[in-house]
Design a protein around this ligand. Structure first.
Ligand SMILES: [Zn+2]
Length: 206
């Protein structure tokens, strides 16, 4: 396989990128100044070294090569430890942060659970979320856990899974388990929701 085809095949594995777009990326790189290709290679190689996974919320964050284990949100003493929001992926968290309507902490599930999935626990970070919630329940007086999943069938299936698996903890530690309210229309993904919609859905959580 030629370098061109190999690169196109790699780009085609990116989320949302098809074979045609991946070819366009390759042609763009061929035509771009050498500096662009060099910087891209350098950044891709540095990605693993410069980015850590937060030990609490599990999101990726830039650590610039040092040993930090907490992201800036989890390390922020002004964030409310009694509120926890569960989101599907890193970009959802970033979008909610941009809306500026949440003062609590986050947890990134790392995926959703397809309907009829036989091993739902393996699709998301279910052990980590259980552990984190137990810890917050014991030590931080956890008051509320908000399930902020997209209103798609997989998102709703995931919310149902979490509702039943977290219910015993909710009873044990006395926190409220809520979901985002109306405002988000059916089929909408958090990643693409605008700040107003997010603020409304949060305000009307139930
Ligand atoms: Zn974090």
């Amino acid at each position: 396989m030629s370098t061109l085809d190999k690169l196109a095949e790699l780009f085609a594995r990116f989320p949302g990128i098809g074979p045609r777009q991946s070819k366009r990326f390759v042609y763009y790189l061929l035509a771009a100044p050498i500096g662009v290709r060099e910087e891209l290679s350098r950044l891709v190689l540095a990605l693993k070294k410069m980015v850590n996974v937060c030990s609490e919320c599990q999101r990726f964050f830039t650590s610039n090569g040092n040993q930090q284990t907490l992201c800036s949100t989890c390390a922020d003493p002004n964030r409310d430890n009694t509120l926890l929001m569960i989101v599907e992926k890193d970009v959802d968290l970033e979008n909610i942060e941009r809306a500026g309507a949440w003062s609590g902490k986050y947890f990134v599930l790392g995926g959703t659970i397809p309907i009829l999935e036989k091993n739902p626990h393996e699709r998301v970070r279910s052990k980590q979320i259980q552990k984190l919630i137990e810890n917050r329940g014991k030590n931080n007086g956890l008051k509320e856990v908000v399930l902020a999943l997209s209103l798609t069938s997989e998102g709703e299936n995931t919310a149902e899974f979490l509702q039943s698996s977290l219910a015993p903890l909710s009873t044990a530690y006395g926190f409220k388990l809520s979901t985002l309210g109306r405002g988000l229309s059916t089929g909408s993904e958090l990643e693409y929701s605008d700040p107003d919609t997010i603020r409304n859905a949060l305000k009307n959580r139930q």
